[in-house]
Design a binder for this molecule. Sequence first.
Ligand code: SR1
Ligand code: MG
Length: 410
Amino acid sequence: PYAPLTVETLPQRLGDLPALRDRLGDAGTWQVREVGDGNLNLVFIVEGEAGGLVVKQALPYVRLVGESWPLPLRRSFFEYHALRRQDARDPGSVPEVIHFDEAQALIVMEYLDGHIILRRSLIEGNRHEGLGEFLGRFCARTLFRGSDLSMSAADRKADLALFAGNVELCDITEALVFTEPYFDAPLNRHTPALDPIVRDLRADAALKIEAQRLKAAFATRAETMLHGDLHTGSVMVQGDRARVIDPEFAMYGPMGFDVGMLMANFLMAHCAQPGHGDRADHQEWILSVVRAIWTNFTAEFTHLWRTERTGMLFPRTLFEDQSQAWAAESARERWLGQVWRDALGIAGLECHRRILGLAHNAEFERIADEGLRAACEAKALVLGRALLMGQGDIAGIEALLGLTRSISER
Ligand code: SR1
Ligand code: MG
């Protein structure tokens, strides 16, 4: 039966697995630390005489809240399958999986020695060469190759059915991202000085209609396998190296969901910088990453569209006639236009839920001066509203960056 691991029991419970012994050496030499600081799971770093590994185990409840909020262990199964697909679709972008135990809800993976969580690195004021390029390509490759543009109908329908089982995590997203920020839900919290602006947001019917329209798109527009929780806490970095982790929220949904959530977390990091010192240069660098994410996403998506489009949508034979070559390009532009608008809307929601909902971001939480924190958070809330209401009007990436600057410099 399932039992959560502890620092003490891990060597004895996993010590006989050949895959672990090969990588770590004899279990008697293993040093084990529990380092999980996320909202849901146990994470152990195990170091032996021959190397290190990470052991991630799901708990039967939400760690952030406690046993009063049960959560199925099978999220580990979806994370494992998502990691395999992401590695196939963008090789080397995620940690290598060494071992999976479904009954124990446990994944053993490569230890990314020296890497830290990107969110922490942004707070520390570090820069990472090539980060936006890596993340933009990751989004393009995983989102394109997990969609009907690339997969056969049969393969995609099978994956759609598989990930449709990730019900409870989808439900968390539907509640926490799309709904709860906009009313006084029991587990919500926010910095008290934000009360007036929170009241305004919650009284804004047009805003809530947009949020619910996007929720319907998320729940029904099954375009591709999403990472499902692609924020700066789901990326590990060391220098110019990066990996994406933690796809336990994987499900089928609109491409703009991952892209928008990712960009939003950089926009929030931008808004939070004044809370961590004199950071004007770093703020601009963070915006340059947002630009690189979008431009590399569209460039790689375009490349894949032109060279790899083998799925059931827009088959190349449909536009074989050179006089119709424009049609495929026109369809691609329309597709990317939809991703852009969805991404803006999702980015707006993400800015709101990380400040008003249950799950907050460290870049704001770590600003000890409450007045300064509220000022940074207020900018992100205003930006979030502008993104949600401006999905059809923000013409491109430079317009988004200009809008962000104009709000954050107020
Ligand atoms: C109850 S889980 C709260 C949040 O943590 C995860 O990282 C997801 O972002 C989720 O919305
Ligand atoms: Mg996570």
